[in-house]
Design a binder for this molecule. Sequence first.
Ligand SMILES: Cc1cc2nc3c(=O)[nH]c(=O)nc-3n(C[C@H](O)[C@H](O)[C@H](O)COP(=O)(O)OP(=O)(O)OC[C@H]3O[C@@H](n4cnc5c(N)ncnc54)[C@H](O)[C@@H]3O)c2cc1C
Length: 451
Amino acid sequence: MTLRVGIVGAGISGLSTQHFLEREAVRRGLRVQVETWDPRPSPGGNVRTESRGGWRCEEAAESILNSRTETRELAMELGLSNRIVQASPLAKKRFLVWRGKLRAMGPGSIFGSFPTWSAKLAALKEPFVARGPEDESFADFGRRRLGKGLFEQIMDPMVTGIYAANPELLSVRSAFPRIKGMEQEHGSLVRGLWNARKARSRLPQERKAGSGSYSFRGGMTDLVEALAASLGGSVFTDQPLVRLERLEHGWRLHGRDRMADFDRVVLALPSHQLGDLDGLPGHCRKDLCAVPYNPVAVVGLGYRREHVGHPLDGFGFLVPRLEGRKILGTLFTSSLWTDAAPEGHVLLRTMVGGGRSPELASLSENDLVAMVQGELAELVGARGEPVFAHVKRYAQGIPQYPVGHHLVVDRLRQELTPLGLFLAGNAWDGIGVNDCVAAAATRARTILEGA
Ligand SMILES: Cc1cc2nc3c(=O)[nH]c(=O)nc-3n(C[C@H](O)[C@H](O)[C@H](O)COP(=O)(O)OP(=O)(O)OC[C@H]3O[C@@H](n4cnc5c(N)ncnc54)[C@H](O)[C@@H]3O)c2cc1C
């Protein structure tokens, strides 16, 4: 018997689910027939690289962390090993804006004037702070464990840099499971980090998680293009799912001009787009569509090198809310990948909006460019007009897991899995590309169990 699986959404989550399903089925001697549908003209979802005139600018993910290996292994299976490019070692240096100036972060900075001495002293109490509730907002967690000062000066910009989220609303457990896990397991972040370090030192070299991040020679688009190419004609673009119909055994999917029956269906589209579908189980609909997404704009600006005063010798900078600026942070893209800008030029990629100032993400492209230009002039001494600009606006860009999200996800999976429906995508299992790929591998095994 052949198991028919329909995947709705050809972002990295949907495409990698199909890849792992097909690979795992071969390994288990099972027969599967998989199709992936997406309304866009090309697969890849938000992962897209804009390449023109010697500039290479990402619209969403800039790079993949080396700290996990799932995506790298997938890339190897796809024959991309010689296209993997490590970010420059410069990327280890990160900056924060403090009192209007860029400050380098790092072990040495702990002895300087930033963070403030009162914040550092308050944080010394961390090992003695009692364990907190099962889940709480990232802001409550940060203030409780490390004090208001360190939260505002370091943790708030950190969460903004990853989730573009409002830390008062973001679940620490779902967004930062490792950090919350340290508290639960070791009673303290300091003890958790110390124990993790000791455990790591005992591992053989080849099993140690790497630091830094990587991308591909043609940018992140190389990964989704290679994935889609390896799946051949079973990825249907320009094909939105409009309706699901429950059958006695399985589901009938109705697309714009395609209809097909499947034993199992993977919903790999954003949670906010699930609301547009007819035929979802009524009792789950509210929870399925309830994950809020923050609007975000990505503004890539290119300058002649000599028109930017700062050495750009790092990954980029983040902006704490206290600074009252209009941007969330900027990546020094051409310092990470020297070929991302033409010779003698630099590329800076700035995030705007998020949970902190959502209204700014919907400014016109011209206004966004002008605003970012003004901020970069003050912060890194960028002078004159940029010679390259690329703007990508997301009305609903990055999911912001609410406190208690894990309970909703567990409940939904308990309800949907027996019906042959599987949840995928960054609304449920983490937002990083590594999270999406790791969840896809697990999902493929779950789908094949009992097949
Ligand atoms: C600005 C930004 C920066 C980021 N930076 C990083 C980073 O540096 N590193 C990192 O690891 N991650 C980063 N991320 C996160 C990461 O890129 C995403 O979480 C990941 O790409 C999400 O993939 P996905 O497949 O879950 O969802 P998506 O990419 O959103 O794909 C969902 C797909 O579903 C499709 N769809 C919608 N409606 C339907 C329908 N009715 N029928 C069929 N299909 C439908 C959509 O067209 C889309 O293709 C960033 C994200 C953003 C927005």
